[in-house]
Design a protein around this ligand. Structure first.
Ligand code: GTP
Ligand code: MG
Length: 458
């Protein structure tokens, strides 16, 4: 019996700023609250759980319209990603902790820089996704009907309005094609393993949400059952964010993707200074939103099992880093083995070789990994990759690189500060520092600079 149990798929929500990620999740959460007994909604840290009963109720009207599958999943766990650092931090060796993703695109605005960034990262981490073409209520002439399937709403629209929508969708299909993806409006998709589904939705009115949830659940169930088997035993998770909490000190917001974690468990957390071994003092979940009289922000729980988001309170977490693994140690004899496993999970990212190549700095382990992988895919060698601000030492590394190959005597910095003394030295030594908060832009800037350099040499 138990080996058949599936866990909730972890669904990350990505997209350009203001395209409606949080509103979409609020809508789904609101539905969840509305359809369950008050107070019964499970709050997670940085994640929201939508149980099967709710998905079934929301998708009920679809049964008459399209073939739907019987749900065996215990629900869906959604993760909001304000900026792509969070998504990049949902990493594990060789891929992502997220099983699936929703790419939110404002139907009126189409693809924007961060949409492209999101697709590139999804592609790199091999995460299957669905596109939510959001804000259809803003289409000129659109007559909204609250909370109905898109397939119902679209029947009530004028022909010209539907044409307008389809043109916007063709545009999104074009942008996806440029990035190597075949896609279509979900009701025209013939093979979900080869084509991405685009679901027109409105986070504001709830139109299209039934299809979005049905497709997510259906895809997860049909194509990823193996991946979703609940694994008994000690928990495996990843640090999403390291946060100071008044009264608790440094805490870790984590996503648990395997097994179970209990208060009192010994855990190993990855850090840049080697593995941290500590003991879970408390596990915290946010208080449900509708408990108005709740004075405390968090509720203490004894245990949490995958898939879930939870805040871990424990001593000595100061050096923990976002994107690093958190593994529970089942018994003392396993400690050394788990420590090794934890460091293996982060070692591939922190490259340090004496070969020629660029110097790379990023704000978290997750973004560093994404950046290094992009550079590798473009055959740009990396001399050193580290988390943190650009320091004098980094400039010195770039100076060594420059002596071997002028083109690589640079620093690529993602989402980090350049320390004043580093800036000073870089100016003096003519070391170029590229800084950007969009990864592919950072690489583009560098590539353009290389092109210019080569032109000058001609
Ligand atoms: P960031 O977290 O800042 O990246 O933005 P986001 O993607 O989470 O967008 P958010 O949900 O905050 O929405 C941005 C704005 O768009 C808000 O003013 C929303 O009310 C509005 N909005 C979101 N979805 C819809 C929609 O379906 N229709 C309309 N008309 N407005 C929407
Ligand atoms: Mg948001």
């Amino acid at each position: 019996m138990s080996e058949k149990r599936l866990r909730q798929p972890i669904v990350a929500v990505l997209g350009h700023v203001d395209h409606g990620k949080t509103t979409l999740l609020d809508r789904i959460r609101g539905t969840t609250v509305a359809m369950k007994e008050p107070g019964k909604i499970t709050q997670h840290v940085g994640a929201s759980l939508v149980p099967t009963e709710v998905i079934e109720k929301v998708t009920e009207p679809l049964k008459k319209l399209i073939p739907t599958v019987k749900l065996e999943l215990p629900g869906l766990l959604f993760i909001d990603t304000p900026g792509h650092s969070i998504f990049s931090n949902l990493r594990k060796r060789g891929g992502a902790v997220a099983d699936l993703a929703i790419l939110v695109v404002d139907v009126m605005e189409g693809f924007q820089p961060q949409t492209i960034e999101a697709v590139e990262i999804l592609k790199q981490r091999k995460v299957p996704f669905i596109v939510a073409a959001n804000k259809i209520d803003k289409i000129p002439g659109w007559k909204s009907i609250e909370n109905v399937p898109f397939l119902v709403s679209v029947r009530h629209q004028d022909k010209s309005v539907v044409e307008y929508l389809d043109n916007r969708i063709y545009e999104i299909m074009g942008s996806l094609a440029e990035l190597g993806f075949d896609s279509d409006r979900f009701d025209r998709v013939k093979d979900y393993t080869r084509q991405l589904a685009i679901v027109p939705v409105s986070a504001k009115t709830g139109e299209g949400i039934p299809e979005l949830l049905a497709l997510l659940a259906g895809l997860a169930q049909r194509y990823m059952k193996g991946r979703l088997k609940y694994v008994e035993g000690p928990a495996k998770g990843v640090v999403m964010e390291v946060k100071e909490e008044p009264g608790y000190g440094t805490t870790l917001d984590t996503i648990i993707y395997d097994g179970i974690i209990r208060q009192g468990d010994v855990i190993v957390v990855g850090s840049l200074e080697g593995p941290i071994v500590t003991k879970v003092r408390a596990l915290l979940l946010p208080e449900p939103l509708q408990e108005i009289r709740a004075t405390k922000k968090f509720r203490v729980v004894d245990e949490v099992s995958a898939a879930a988001g939870v805040k871990i309170v424990a001593p000595n977490l100061e050096n923990a880093v976002a994107g690093a693994p958190v593994f529970v140690v089942s018994d003392e004899s396993q400690l050394e083995k788990v420590k090794e496993e934890v460091m293996k999970e982060i070692e591939d990212v922190l490259i340090e070789t004496d070969k020629e190549g660029v110097v790379v700095k990023a704000d978290t382990l997750g973004t560093l990994e994404a950046l290094v992988q992009f550079l590798k895919s473009k055959d740009i060698p990396v001399r050193m990759a580290k988390v943190g601000p650009v320091t004098k030492r980094d400039v010195m590394e770039a100076m060594v690189s420059k002596r071997m190959n002028k083109e690589y005597g640079v620093i690529l910095a993602f989402n980090v500060k350049v320390l004043p003394e580093a800036k000073e030295l870089a100016e003096k030594e003519d070391i170029k520092i590229f800084v950007h908060d969009v990864i592919y832009k950072l690489i583009e800037d560098f590539e353009n600079w290389v092109k210019e350099l080569r032109e000058q040499e001609k």
